[in-house]
Structure formats: C-alpha cells, structure tokens
Ligand binder design. Structure first.
Ligand SMILES: CCCCCCCC(=O)SCCNC(=O)CCNC(=O)[C@H](O)C(C)(C)COP(=O)(O)OP(=O)(O)OC[C@H]1O[C@@H](n2cnc3c(N)ncnc32)[C@H](O)[C@@H]1OP(=O)(O)O
Length: 157
C-alpha cells in the first residue's frame, strides 16, 4: 500500500472538498489509499451522523464517503494507467463525480469503523467507472457505481 493518501497529493487549489480535502478544517478528511488493484479508505462517522434509526448511519454520509473515495480512486487508477506517480510535481490528475448510484443493502451500524473499497471497471478517455463497496466488519452494507470525469488540463496561454 502506498504510504501517501491519494488526497494528500491534491494541490492546494483542489484540497477544499468537505469530504476529503486536507485543506478544509471543517471536513471529514477522508483518506484513500491504493492497495494493489483496489483502493481502500477507513472512516468512523461521528455519532451525530445517525439516520432515521439512531444506531444506523445516515445515507447521505454513506454516499459522501463513496463520492470522495470514488473520485480519489479514479485519479489513482488514471495515474497508474499513465505510468505516473501521485505527487510527481506535474499537473495533477483530478476527477469529479458525474454520476453516483448507491444501493443501500443493509443498515450501516453507527459507532464502528467503515471500510470503503474501490475497483476500476473501465477507463476510457476522460471517463472512469468505479465499483464501490462499503462494509462494516464482514457485512457489505452498501454498493455503488460511479462515473467520474477527468478534469481537462488548462490550456496554456
Ligand atoms: C478535484 C476535487 C476532488 C474531490 C472531488 C470530490 C467528489 C465531488 O464531490 S465532485 C463534485 C460533484 N460533481 C460536480 O460538481 C460535477 C459537475 N459536473 C460538471 O462539472 C461537468 O458536467 C463535468 C466536468 C462532469 C463534465 O463536463 P465536461 O468537462 O464539459 O465534459 P462533457 O463533454 O460534458 O462530458 C465528458 C464525457 O462524459 C460524459 N458524461 C458527462 N456527465 C455524464 C453523466 N452524468 N452521465 C453519463 N455520462 C456523462 C459525456 O457524455 C462525455 O462523454 P463522451 O466523451 O463519450 O462524449
């Protein structure tokens, strides 16, 4: 596993995301790592993120974790495809979410660590499709699929 979180390679202008930006003092600071052919993030939501049932995680939090982990995963997979290393000093590869489908399979327990994993389904041009799974212990509680779009490099003037 790379020691550097994918989000820690974001330059300051991309570091404001509430879910994962290292530069947002109020955010969740989700950290995603490339681990072989998949990505992984671990996060324990604060107890205030309860859903309709007090012991269960709010669905928006689950989608938020997938949102941030999915775009970070897309970037990591694109770096690998391009033969580059994150934080290599060149123009960073960044993706944003175009679509995210989440399926809530089981109630997600609050008060324990959640593990989000990402796998690359397809990378074509600027489009990356990422498969996502969120688990509490051995139980997969939610699955997702994201289409992430690579931000174009700015045109040099
Ligand atoms: C960088 C920061 C990292 C942290 C991110 C954390 C995750 C987030 O919360 S991101 C925030 C939420 N997402 C957004 O705000 C994105 C808003 N949307 C946009 O800005 C634009 O629609 C954007 C950038 C996705 C695409 O616009 P643009 O760059 O003009 O590309 P565009 O030509 O329209 O689309 C590119 C390709 O994607 C396809 N596409 C775009 N959106 C979709 C969609 N929703 N569904 C299916 N296909 C889509 C297009 O059809 C096109 O395909 P093709 O190349 O085959 O013709």
């Amino acid at each position: 596993m790379s020691d550097m979180a994918i989000q820690d390679s974001y330059p300051p202008e991309f570091a404001h995301c509430f879910g994962c930006g290292p530069g947002n003092p109020h955010g969740h600071h989700l950290k995603s790592y490339l681990l072989g052919y998949e990505t992984i993030a671990r996060f324990t939501p604060d107890l205030k993120y309860s859903g309709g049932v007090p012991d269960h995680v709010y669905g928006g939090m689950i989608a938020s974790l997938m949102d941030c982990h999915g775009t970070a995963s897309a970037a990591a997979f694109a770096y690998r495809k391009d033969g580059r290393t994150m934080g290599d000093g060149r123009r960073p590869i960044r993706f944003v979410t175009a679509s995210l489908r989440v399926e809530f399979k089981k109630p997600t327990p609050l008060g324990c660590e959640l593990v989000v994993k990402g796998q690359l389904l397809s990378l074509q041009g600027r489009k990356a499709w990422v498969d996502l799974k969120l688990a509490a212990g051995d139980q997969v509680c939610a699955t997702g699929e994201m289409l992430a779009i690579r931000l174009p490099d700015p045109v040099e003037s």
